[in-house]
Ligand binder design. Structure first.
Ligand SMILES: [Zn+2]
Ligand SMILES: [Zn+2]
Length: 202
């Protein structure tokens, strides 16, 4: 079944992200899945994304899981995988984009996209690139959720809510820094940029 979110919700998501693209479409569909499986407003939703691509914006906009609130956690694994937990009901799942989800469009698209990025593409290739991107976006928006994502149960319980931490003064630059992001070096407490500076000299 194609995406069941309203046209208005989809348009607002595109406006939030700044453009429409295949990556955003993946995010829209996985957000749709989350709202369907773990529910909407009454939940205490946490999302773990294993990628930092366009689609994360759709998740932030549609599910209310945001970086700023701390209920969107980025793990830099470079995988198209998205886990959702409802801390109230304990329900959750991990959705991994299936390798075949692009219907084979990706294998033609990738080399052309590379040329466009390197500014070595001809006019025809540039046109082909945007046509393929549009085709791929449509495919993601119209495919069955089943066809797009492999959904599995969560292996780990939901991450706990953000802890309230102390701030320490960096003894090099003097700026206040959350204690979990400080390092001890040569008997001093340092923020990460100051630590990296002295550590490189050793
Ligand atoms: Zn995008
Ligand atoms: Zn510092």
């Amino acid at each position: 079944m194609p995406c069941i979110l309203s046209k208005d919700e989809i348009e607002k998501t595109i406006a939030f992200h700044g453009h429409s693209c295949p990556g955003l479409a993946i995010g829209i569909r996985v957000a749709e899945l989350a709202l369907k499986v773990v529910g909407g407003k009454e939940t205490d939703l946490v999302c773990v994304v294993e990628t930092d691509m366009c689609g994360v914006d759709a998740i932030q906009f549609l599910t209310g899981c945001t970086y700023g609130k701390g209920n969107l956690i980025h793990k830099d694994y470079g995988k198209m995988a998205f886990s959702f937990y409802d801390r109230k009901s304990g329900k959750g799942f991990r959705a991994l984009l299936r390798p075949g989800a692009d219907g084979g469009i990706g294998s033609e698209l990738r080399p052309v996209m590379r040329k466009v990025a390197d500014a070595t593409a001809t006019d025809d290739e540039r046109l082909r690139c945007s046509a393929l991107r549009e085709q791929l976006e449509k495919r993601y928006m119209n495919a069955d959720l089943e066809e797009l994502f492999e959904v599995t149960e969560l292996k780990h319980p939901a991450p706990r809510p953000a802890r309230v931490l102390e701030s320490l003064r960096c003894e090099a630059c003097g700026e206040m820094t959350m204690e979990s992001r400080t390092r001890r070096f040569g008997g001093r407490t340092l923020c990460l940029p100051c630590f990296e500076k002295v550590e490189q000299k050793v």
